[in-house]
Design a protein around this ligand. Sequence first.
Ligand code: SF4
Length: 300
Amino acid sequence: MSCLFGPVPSRRYGRSLGIDLVPMKTCCYDCVFCQLGLTPKTTCERRDYIPIQTVLAELEAWLAKHNEVDMLTLCGSGEPTLHAHFGEVLQWIRTKTPYPSLLMSNGALFFDPDVRRDAALANRVKISMHFWDEASFQATVRPDAAISFEQVYEGWRKFREEFRGLLDIEFFALPGLNDSPEALSRVHQLMAPLRPDTVTVNSAERPPADSCVRAVSAEQLAHLRSFFGTVACAQQAAQPSEPQPYSDDALLALARRHPLTPAQFARYFGVPEAQITATLQRFADADPYAARALLPHEQS
Ligand code: SF4
């Protein structure tokens, strides 16, 4: 399967080509809200999950044929900084293309100086902060045993000192876990020294890893966005300027990396929703991500 997917439309980032560097659910976290499902086994092992030469060859071939994106984004099936050579991909984007790069990371490995050095090659980095101490860290993202809250936060602090690009922070609102006034105040206090350029607040829209996770109400979401000074909601997909070429493979590839509702898929590809639903139903037995796309989605 190709490591490239999309372009995926996003209100904040425009048309973004996704570069997926790790196999499905290769992650150092097992977030309760993960839209990709449970992490079978968390890991902090950094290695060439996909040979870097394969990734760069795919990018070279893509660049020879396309020039219609706003951003190249490292994201997808898990944590991109677990790929030992993700920095080479960011360096390739810098030197070979006119496009800005975005690293969508949980930021857990930023305590490692090599990861910070390579992450700083991105024009823009998004990290995730839904917790404020060790207990909330464990409850919300269920990290690998090798990582502690102190270690992660210290890594972010150092990265902010070294990084000259744009830093976005995502806060995922989890009713009962991190939405009390005390919790919000603590998170807010810890965000301030990181000087984020933007803070995004998201809530469950797609079926989460843990079925107990609920969406916050629309009123609470509006309050949180105002509280954190949020300017956009990156997780909501915007309609692309023109439909993308449809094939069953293109639909399934997108469903694995960027789950949408059947109606959103239909707008994305410019085909009837009934056709999308029928295709997802046809593949649902063999492909759990097709099955997930058919589940009812919570509205925030
Ligand atoms: S939400 Fe991101 S960081 Fe959390 S488990 Fe899923 S892929 Fe990993």
